[in-house]
Design a protein around this ligand. Structure first.
Ligand SMILES: O=C(O)C1=C[C@@H](OP(=O)(O)O)[C@@H](O)[C@H](O)C1
Ligand SMILES: C=C(OP(=O)(O)O)C(=O)O
Length: 456
């Protein structure tokens, strides 16, 4: 079967024929694997390399489409970006004031992180650039980033309706430092403001009521900026950055992505007899909400050899098939597991009782409306569930029928989640398109097959 996706405006990716796939009930999964490098850290390593003086060496870089688009954008803005070998990259920085206006629009494909962080990077520089992406990215809200950036002095030269892509920004080397409280928990918004703050005179402050992933703050310090992070309220943080620092190239070793590890991890939990070890997984506490939740559900996840590598906690995770039970997942945990809800819903489908996931409004503005896409996928596979406002309630069962084709809506995490569900289902699960898996986890299919998964 071959169908064509809705027109993908800017991106070369996504305008080819759809690639359907099917996952069948599989024998016990076993093996030891390292999933690719963390996507959030990979984007940031390249962007900090662009700003730094000297050559930044990055090892373990995720070579997924999202990150490759950020690498291209860094080159278009004046960095010299070289691939020395698999995951081994060098970025010769343009320096603090060295960015140049790109000749052509910057195409970020499917990536919210790439485009939003780069808008912030450009805002504090004397640069004009056009930002674009595929049909999914063109639908996503950019106003959340444009609001603080315009307060700092960036000019929106042109944009599609509602401040959406494609849009053209004129940055300024006279950016104003601001104090900004993010209206929603978003590391992308926080990071865009901080990156713009690199070009500002004075101190840029971001306040977040709920702490979100802190890779930008960590990398600012690693590259030599003066950045202070303090607690704010019960769950929040206040981040203060002194403007116009000289960033100095520093090596970055990217740990394995916990958001990618989530897929073989949940697969091992739900396929009877499985025993899988995932190595070098980043254990930054602002990324481990899924592990916390699965442990509460009764999952057998052994955290082995926890250590610090390149400034991040990492560990090997030994995961064995487990009898899961439903739990309440509180809304304040959402930032620490925001990309993992689709695959948590799959684990919940096999748990005894109800798993209630609360406060998921941000899921509606991802690569797809993930709340709707997950609910539709669960319905197609015969899983009892309910969406109540922004909450998702899944009622698990000992057996799940399967079915499909599940509509993936240009969303890698929907595609991978439902293929994982298929591995433990009675009749298998088909999905309409796996092409977008290449944005974050290009080796997903061969790696899963290597563990024993039956996917074709
Ligand atoms: O900053 C980042 O690297 C990311 C932040 C999150 O998005 P939001 O900032 O929109 O929550 C997350 O969903 C995305 O996959 C990566
Ligand atoms: C939401 C995601 O990414 P982005 O916002 O960068 O497109 C994701 O990877 O799940």
């Amino acid at each position: 079967m071959s169908a064509t996706r809705s027109a993908a405006p800017a991106s070369g990716h996504g305008d080819g024929p759809a690639q359907p796939a099917t996952a069948l009930r599989s024998p016990a999964l076993s093996g030891r694997v390292r999933v690719p490098g963390d996507k959030s850290v990979s984007h940031r390593a390249l962007i900090f390399g662009l700003f730094a003086e000297g050559i930044t060496r990055i090892t373990g870089l995720l070579e997924g489409e999202d990150v490759l688009n950020t690498a291209k954008a860094c080159a278009a803005l004046g960095a010299r970006v070289t691939r020395r070998g698999p995951g081994d990259w060098e970025v010769e920085g343009a320096g603090a004031d060295g960015l140049s206006s790109p000749a052509a629009p910057l195409d970020f494909g499917n990536s919210g992180t790439g485009v939003r962080l780069m808008m912030g990077a450009v805002a504090g520089q004397d640069v004009t650039a056009t930002f674009d992406g595929d049909a999914s990215l063109r639908r996503r809200p950019m106003k959340r980033v444009l609001d603080p950036l315009t307060a700092m002095g960036v000019e929106i030269v042109d944009s599609a309706e509602g401040g959406r892509l494609p849009l053209t920004l004129r940055g300024s080397d006279k950016t104003k430092a601001i104090t900004y409280e993010t209206p929603m928990p978003s590391a992308q918004v926080k990071s865009a403001v901080l990156l713009a703050g690199l070009g500002a005179l004075g101190e840029t402050v971001v306040i977040e009521r709920e702490a979100t992933r802190d890779h930008t703050e960590r990398m600012l310090a690693h590259f030599g900026a003066d950045v202070r992070v303090e607690p704010h309220g019960t769950h929040g943080r206040r981040i203060a950055l002194k403007g116009r620092p000289t960033l100095v190239a520093a090596p970055v070793d990217v740990p394995a992505d916990p958001s990618s590890a989530a897929f073989p991890l949940v697969a091992a939990l739900i396929v009877p007899g499985s025993d899988v070890t995932l190595t070098d997984v980043m254990m930054n506490p602002l990324r481990t909400g899924l592990i916390t939740t699965l442990l509460e559900m009764g999952a057998s996840i052994e955290v082995v050899a926890e250590r610090t590598e390149g400034g991040e906690r990492v560990a090997d995770l030994r995961v064995r098939h487990s009898r899961l039970k439903g739990v309440e997942v509180p809304p304040e945990r959402a930032p620490a597991m925001i990309d993992e809800y689709p695959v948590l819903a799959v684990a919940a489908a096999f748990a005894e009782g109800v798993t209630a996931m609360r406060g998921l409004s941000e899921l509606r503005v991802k690569e797809s409306d993930r709340l709707a896409a997950v609910a539709d996928g669960l319905a197609a596979c015969g899983v009892a569930h309910e969406v109540v406002g922004d909450d998702l309630l899944v009622t698990g069962a000992a057996t799940v029928k399967g079915g499909g084709p599940v509509a993936t809506h240009m969303d890698h995490r929907i595609a991978m989640s439902f293929l994982v569900l298929g591995l433990a289902s009675e009749e298998g699960v088909s999905v309409d398109d796996v092409a977008f898996i290449a944005t974050s986890f290009p080796t997903f299919m061969p790696m899963m097959r290597g563990l024993g998964a039956v996917i074709s």
